[in-house]
Design a protein around this ligand. Structure first.
Ligand code: NAP
Ligand code: GFB
Length: 320
């Protein structure tokens, strides 16, 4: 079989680092002996610039693309920067999709998110519901930009027969996350805050009520599912990549797990004047289970312990 060149945009981030990590496992690597992976970050190329994007495809002539690159952040930056979430993501996604078609990419796997589903919905959410109504107001711009990936995939498939598909991860966490105190997602944001509180001997104030519910997938579990999607998932329809509904936890559960992993002994209070965002976005992984009934996800407490330990050991190099 001829060599495959797999371009991974956003390859230096949380998910991209997870893919790099799992590919160092000989068992996983054995499935990809014929694949050359190229992991790119924004310093290699600003994908918002079509000319830069085309030059990138001219250099590498990828046969496959895993498109992770995005303007990404948690609830609070989503509320503060809707224009960037809309413009940057729509532009990057369109550039990658157009270049993938122009340069004859055999398969493109892009990334949606369980936060893009309609806010008013029945539960559990499944893949058929992506466009069934407006998303939650807290991240409407990001959600609409991401939904256009699905629209574009179907347009290119209908007109040109392109094998462009997408996955819908739930909230992701793990090593190499973005730990920025204001802009990050909840788990890395709290890990950093607990680290500072422990170091300074202060108490902890957590934003929100702690009541919202979330499903969290460990980055390296997601990475294995991304590689499976690249190899064996051939539908244009998106597929949710998440732990099961029964794994849903509250933000308060996450706070306690991080405090335990960090051996934090101070007081923990909740600032209920701060936003909670979506109360729940419970997603079904039934479609994934029809393909991979026995896939094992790491337990959330074990995953949080690994994430905390990584941050403490790598504080100086962590993105924050
Ligand atoms: P991340 O850690 O913030 O990484 C983002 C990646 O995109 C980085 O490699 C970054 O490069 C790159 N990037 C950003 N702007 C770019 C630009 N203008 N040109 C080229 N590259 C650019 O994000 P992540 O959490 O790994 O997210 C990966 C994908 O998963 C995204 O599509 C995101 O929407 C999706 N997702 C994430 C979550 C989550 O909870 N994290 C949940 C669902 C879906 P630099 O490192 O050089 O900045
Ligand atoms: O990860 P997060 O920001 O995103 O989680 P969402 C927000 C929830 O965690 C809210 C609480 O209930 C917050 O009140 N929280 C507590 C914190 N402490 C913190 C903290 O220090 N930082 C943050 N960020 N939250 C996002 C979408 O929604 O889901 C994004 O806005 C993205 O677009 C992501 O797709 C996966 O799960 O609420």
């Amino acid at each position: 079989m001829s060599k495959r060149v797999v371009l991974v945009t956003g390859g230096t981030g949380l998910v991209g680092s997870g893919i790099q990590a799992v590919l160092s496992d000989p068992e996983v690597k054995a499935h990809h002996d014929n694949d050359e992976f190229i992991f790119l970050g924004s310093k290699d190329c600003d994908l918002r610039d079509m000319a830069v994007c085309e030059a990138l495809f001219e250099i590498y002539h990828p046969t496959h693309v895993i498109h992770l690159a995005a303007f990404v952040g948690g609830l609070f930056i989503n509320m503060a920067k809707p224009v960037e979430f809309y413009n940057d993501n729509l532009t990057m996604n369109n550039n990658i999709i157009q270049c993938s078609h122009k340069f004859g990419v055999e398969k493109l796997v892009s990334c949606l998110s369980t936060c893009i589903f309609p806010d008013k919905t029945t539960y559990p959410i499944d893949e058929t519901m992506v466009h069934n109504g407006p998303p939650h107001s807290s991240n409407f711009a990001y959600a609409h930009a991401k939904r256009m990936i699905d629209v574009a995939n179907k347009a290119y498939n209908q007109e040109y027969g392109c094998k462009f598909t997408s996955v819908i991860p739930t909230n992701i966490y793990g090593p190499h996350d973005n730990y920025h105190l204001q802009n990050s997602h909840v788990i890395p944001g709290l890990i950093h805050k607990f680290y500072n509180a422990k170091k300074n001997g202060t108490d902890m104030t957590v934003m929100g009520t702690g009541a919202p519910l979330r499903q969290f997938i460990y980055s390296e579990d997601l990475a294995k599912l991304f590689l499976w999607t690249l190899r064996d998932y051939d539908s244009v329809e998106p597929i949710i990549l998440s732990v099961g509904e029964e794994e849903e936890v509250s933000i308060k559960d996450v706070v306690m797990a991080i405090a335990e992993a960090m051996e934090f002994k101070g007081q923990i209070t909740f600032d209920t004047t701060k936003a909670d965002g979506q109360f729940k976005k419970t997603a079904s992984n039934a479609k994934l289970r029809t393909y991979l009934p026995d896939f094992k996800f790491i337990d959330i407490k074990a995953g949080i312990k690994k994430s905390v330990d990584w941050f403490v050991a790598n504080y100086d190099i962590a993105r924050k």
